[in-house]
Ligand binder design. Structure first.
Ligand code: ADP
Ligand code: MG
Length: 342
């Protein structure tokens, strides 16, 4: 075969292979967009584990009518404009890939009313390249993305979808993970018209703890320690489970770097080491922790889904985490009754 340029529709579908693994990945991308738009209220409606429909509605800044088509085109983003911006990016998105990828493997309707607009507009996609022109639609300020029939035009991917229950389980995990990253935003999750999660926005620690109890169980909140420590431009805050609250699995471990949920070996290692002396071998600690640092010290562009990060000064971050957690755990004396975080 001669070399030829692939049509953009196919390019998007190939990119979708990386970004859109299953319905939960669509939910993740759409929630991140809603948060980047400054939303304070997000509603998620799922039908049939997401394979029939995923609809996310937010009250963020909205998208101007004339930018709706751009939002669905590849490498188009409002979040960065230069390498400089990329290096200090604070938003969750910046690659301009999610919406075009999702649109290439679903029937997508993007509806939005920009905060300065008189009314809303919708753009309809059918998994092809052309979207037609926007049509007026009744919409409050904010954005809705309605993703129907995911993978309808990529049968090989559709075949890999698991049962409705399994896929919805992944969606729930995703929503919980993101809801823990922003206590100030309210989230509502419905499956097949039934509410499964309702989290009110919280503006103080007890509100945050109510949310954590909802997601991680009240036993975790009762048997955890709240910490907030800052040194050399690094801040670590959040809740760490007491050694007495250990788990047989690493299933209650939430770590965020500048509000982005990450899984990172360096972080896991530092946490594990900090607990080493106080936890039985084979048990796992529970925590909800937030690391904040200058975005220039962390590269979120290491992976298309940005679940992995690279630290510019890995050693420094590792030592900071280890020392802060180790100290916090050492300060608890055996027999201490900790029924409320101190
Ligand atoms: P990225 O998030 O990397 O910029 P996306 O493909 O996810 O790329 O989105 C493309 C653009 O569409 C965003 O940069 C943003 O300007 C706009 N957009 C997407 N979702 C929303 C939303 N919920 N509210 C406001 N603008 C949005
Ligand atoms: Mg995005």
């Amino acid at each position: 075969m001669p070399i030829r340029q692939l049509p953009s529709h196919l390019i998007n579908q190939i990119a979708a292979g990386e970004v859109v693994e299953r319905p939960a990945s669509v939910v993740k991308e759409l929630l991140e967009n809603a948060l980047d738009a400054g939303s304070t209220r997000i509603e998620i409606d799922i039908e049939q584990g997401g394979s029939k429909r995923i609809r996310i509605r937010d009250n963020g800044s909205g998208i101007p009518c004339e930018e709706l088509a751009l939002a669905l085109s590849r490498h188009a983003t409002s979040k960065i404009a230069s390498l400089d911006d990329l290096e200090q990016v604070r938003s969750l998105g910046f690659r301009g890939e999610a919406l075009p990828s999702i649109a290439s493997v679903s029937r997508l309707v993007l509806s939005s009313r920009h905060q300065t607009a008189e009314n809303g507009w919708s753009l309809f996609g059918d998994g092809q390249d052309a979207f037609g022109s926007p049509e007026p639609s009744a919409h409050a300020i904010g954005t809705s993305v309605d993703v129907a029939d995911l993978f309808f035009n990529t049968p090989a991917r559709r075949k890999f979808l698991k049962t409705e229950k399994t896929e919805f389980g992944h969606i729930e995990d995703t929503v919980r993970r993101i809801a823990l990253s922003r206590f100030d935003v309210s989230f509502e999750l419905n499956h097949n018209q039934k509410n499964t999660l309702r989290l009110r926005a919280a503006d103080d620690r007890s509100g945050a703890e109510r949310r954590i109890a909802e997601i991680c169980g009240s036993a975790f909140v009762e048997q955890s320690l709240y910490l907030d420590y800052e040194a050399a431009g690094l801040r670590l805050w959040g809740w760490v489970g007491l050694p007495t609250f250990s788990r047989s699995q690493a299933d209650l471990q939430y770590f965020y770097v500048n509000s982005r949920h990450v899984r990172d070996r360096l972080i896991s290692h530092a946490v594990k080491q900090a607990y080493q002396d106080v936890m039985y071998h084979g048990r796992h600690p529970a925590f909800v922790l937030f690391l904040e640092l200058n975005p220039q010290l962390v590269d979120a562009n290491a992976h298309p889904t940005k679940q992995e990060v690279r630290f510019r000064e890995g050693r420094l971050v590792h030592d900071f985490l280890f020392r802060t957690l180790h100290q916090a755990l050492a300060d608890i004396r055996p027999g201490d009754e900790v029924d409320a975080p101190v």
